[in-house]
Design a protein around this ligand. Structure first.
Ligand SMILES: Nc1ncnc2c1ncn2[C@@H]1O[C@H](COP(=O)(O)OP(=O)(O)OP(=O)(O)O)[C@@H](O)[C@H]1O
Ligand SMILES: [Mg+2]
Length: 384
């Protein structure tokens, strides 16, 4: 047998092992076998080029610090870079074939479809989300996605990158916290000023008017002075309410639940609404700042219920589950549609930003005709 066939055989087995550098020399015969050898050599060149570009791609793929996923059209993970393992502690075999939303901290079955829809509408598809690591730690991420364009310009799978934004989030939260705390401090000062200066002076005026009413003989004058006195009592009560709304003293001394009870009783006394409060015995005390944040949210909830809902009953529930302080707020009013809400007030967006610095969350759930619910949760560990 022609010795060259044996050589070709050996060369092909080298190629199959990924060694594409070898080539066979063409003999002086220049016959069909040599033509075949030329073909095999060309195959080697081509395979070498492909391998170089594959290695080049793999190098980039694995050296970027962002997590990169190659997904199929259903969002199933086909491949991922080293950064995913570094960040989320999963290796490829344990994630291969799983749908990408498996990594989200909360179950959102439609999540990948939303991404696809956004990409089809060629909107920039950037999302903030939270990935859960194998050891159940949360990592906030900025996700962007694009179609992988295959041969003939067809859309293949999806390339999804996720950037760890924990540091940015932490800084954002610190800034937010500082702003809110400064604002609360300013409110405390303001309430104290009103209470101490105007409050004192009102008491003095009331005393003088009372004394004059006692002293005058003329019944008409007496009745006017008594009316003035009664009006002053109302002013004092209003002032106390205003001070309480700006800065509830009971919050500092007796905690969130007592302050909410006081806030509720003021609204109930005004005959406006029936408020039921339930507190689980293990509902925890928190830092003053956290309790302030929660108080402001409950205050906004009650104000919104009074202003918009036409409800006649509110329920406020304080619970403690799995190291989370949870507060449910409900009204039985007309409800509203979150997605078609045009004239957003400050209220609802403030509600979210108040709790964010403490890694808490507020779900606002409302439907026309079905009332409104806020579900608040705030973790009791690792939240500074
Ligand atoms: N409990 C509720 N029942 C019915 N509609 C509500 C309720 N809470 C809010 N809304 C609707 O949502 C809108 C936005 O509420 P949001 O608290 O953000 O603003 P606002 O109360 O109008 O103004 P602000 O809070 O800034 O004083 C309201 O204008 C109202 O239409
Ligand atoms: Mg409001």
């Amino acid at each position: 047998m022609d010795n060259r066939f044996r050589k070709i055989n050996r060369l092909l087995s080298e190629y199959s092992l990924g060694n594409f550098n070898k080539k066979l020399r063409i003999s002086s015969r220049m016959d069909e076998v040599d033509a075949f050898i030329m073909g095999v050599n060309m195959l080697g060149e081509e395979l070498k080029d492909k391998t170089i570009s594959r290695d080049y791609f793999n190098n980039i793929f694995n050296s970027v610090s962002d997590m990169v996923f190659v997904l199929d059209k259903q969002g199933k993970i086909e491949n991922m870079n080293v950064s995913v393992t570094n960040n989320l502690e999963y290796d490829l075999p344990s994630l291969k074939g799983k749908v990408i939303s498996y990594l989200l901290d909360k179950s959102q079955p439609d999540w990948f479809n939303h991404i696809l829809q956004d990409m089809r509408a060629s909107r920039t598809s950037n999302y903030e989300g939270v990935f859960k690591t194998k050891n159940k730690n949360n990592i906030p991420v900025l996700i962007s996605a694009s179609f992988l364009i295959g041969e003939n310009n067809t859309k293949g799978g999806v390339l999804l990158t996720a950037k760890d934004i924990s540091i940015q989030k932490k800084t954002q939260n610190m800034v937010l916290k500082a702003i809110i705390e400064t604002e609360e401090k300013e409110r405390i000062r303001f309430a104290k000023d009103i209470h101490d200066s105007i409050g004192q002076q009102l008491s003095a005026i009331k005393f003088y008017i009372g004394a004059s009413a006692d002293a005058v003989e003329d019944p008409r004058q007496k009745s006017i002075l008594l009316k003035a006195n009664a009006a002053l009592v109302d002013v004092q009560a209003d002032m106390r309410n205003i001070c309480f709304n700006i800065m509830p003293k009971s919050l500092e001394f007796f905690g969130l639940v007592k302050a909410v009870e006081e806030l509720s009783s003021k609204n109930e006394l005004l005959g406006r609404i029936d408020i039921t409060i339930n507190e689980a015995p293990d509902f925890p005390r928190m830092s003053l700042q956290q309790e302030f944040a929660l108080f402001r949210i409950i205050q906004e909830f009650i104000n919104n219920a009074l202003k918009h809902s036409k409800a006649d009953a509110l329920g406020i529930e304080f619970k403690y589950r799995k190291k989370m302080a949870m507060i449910s707020l409900r009204d039985n009013g007309i409800g509203f549609n979150m997605s078609t809400l045009r004239n957003h007030g400050m209220g609802l967006s403030n509600v979210r930003s108040r709790i964010r610095p403490y890694n808490g969350e507020v779900d606002i759930i409302s439907q026309p005709g079905k009332g409104t619910r806020y579900e608040i949760s705030i973790p009791m560990d690792n939240n500074e």
